[in-house]
Design a protein around this ligand. Structure first.
Ligand SMILES: Nc1ncnc2c1ncn2[C@@H]1O[C@H](COP(=O)(O)OP(=O)(O)OP(=O)(O)O)[C@@H](O)[C@H]1O
Length: 260
């Protein structure tokens, strides 16, 4: 876990519409190692989604740079998958569940049989094996989000960006999906950046937690989470160190102040 995979330097984004401008964030810098899970937390509206979109290459930052393996990101890299907050717009309504998961795999060097295998595996990971032939609009919101997560995991990207990925699922499924991310990361050495509003989730999943300030956001703290692996929903969350860290993250978020 020493290879520097993602490097964010002096990143800023200003939204401009006619006469109005809004600075989402002004100067964000951090680096992520290969195989790390970094959770990003911060007050509502501070710019977390904007940050992920800049990292993904979907949105061009107005200042600063994002580098993946030393190469500046100017468009969406092949080795990246993203899970969006808004599940209702992330799946193709005219493709079946299996078709949605399989679609990005066509860009990979995989045979048809291998693609089918990956689709089946990903569907079983998210507990939706029976839904392969259904269409997204035949599923609940939480199920659609699980399909979006399955699609990203089946792709096995080097870097996965997740924006509030579990916000629309029930508590039990959320815990299972959190463990799934930990499991897939361990098996496939995936690097994950995950935005969440849930302080406990950030500590449970993260190797580090990045706390952003109120808008315009900056990084106010980077906390290392030194909890033993494998993490466990009951044991880890009950550990003294977990409670200490969650309190620290919550306090940092509460105390964040605008930087300008
Ligand atoms: N397309 C846009 N045009 C103008 N302003 C925008 C646009 N998208 C977001 N903003 C503004 O930028 C700021 C950051 O938004 P963003 O969605 O990145 O925050 P967030 O931290 O992800 O929010 P939340 O935690 O509520 O999901 C907000 O004040 C928002 O109103």
């Amino acid at each position: 876990m020493t290879e520097n995979m993602l490097e964010v330097t002096g990143l800023g984004h200003v939204y401009r519409a006619k006469e109005q401008t809004h600075t989402a964030f002004g100067d964000i810098s951090f680096a992520v190692d290969r195989g790390e899970i970094v959770c990003i937390v911060g007050p509502s509206g501070c710019g977390k989604s904007t940050l992920l979109r800049c990292l993904s290459g979907l949105l061009r930052p107005t200042s600063g740079t994002v580098s993946l393996h030393g190469t500046e990101v100017t468009e969406v890299p092949d080795e990246l998958a993203m899970v969006f907050q808004d599940y209702s717009r992330s799946l193709f309504p005219w493709r079946t569940v299996a078709g949605n998961i399989e679609f990005p795999l066509r860009g990979r060097e995989l045979s048809k049989a291998q693609r089918r295998e990956r689709v089946e595996e990903a569907l079983s990971w998210v507990g939706l094996s029976g839904a392969a032939t259904k269409y997204p609009w035949q599923l609940s919101g939480g199920m659609q989000q699980r399909v979006a997560i399955a699609r990203a995991l089946a792709y096995r990207p080097m870097l996965m960006l997740m924006d509030e990925p579990f916000a629309s699922v029930d508590a039990q499924t959320r815990a299972e999906l959190e463990d799934l991310v930990l499991q897939v990361r361990a098996e496939h050495e995936m690097t994950v950046l995950l935005v969440t509003h849930d302080v406990d989730e950030s500590v449970y999943l993260g190797d580090r937690v990045l706390v952003l300030s109120k808008s315009p956001a900056s990084v106010v703290e980077t906390l290392s989470v030194d909890l033993p692996a494998p993490r466990d929903q009951i044991g880890t969350r009950g550990a003294e160190e977990f409670v200490r860290l969650r309190t620290e993250v919550a306090q940092r978020i509460r105390n964040t102040a605008p930087t300008s």
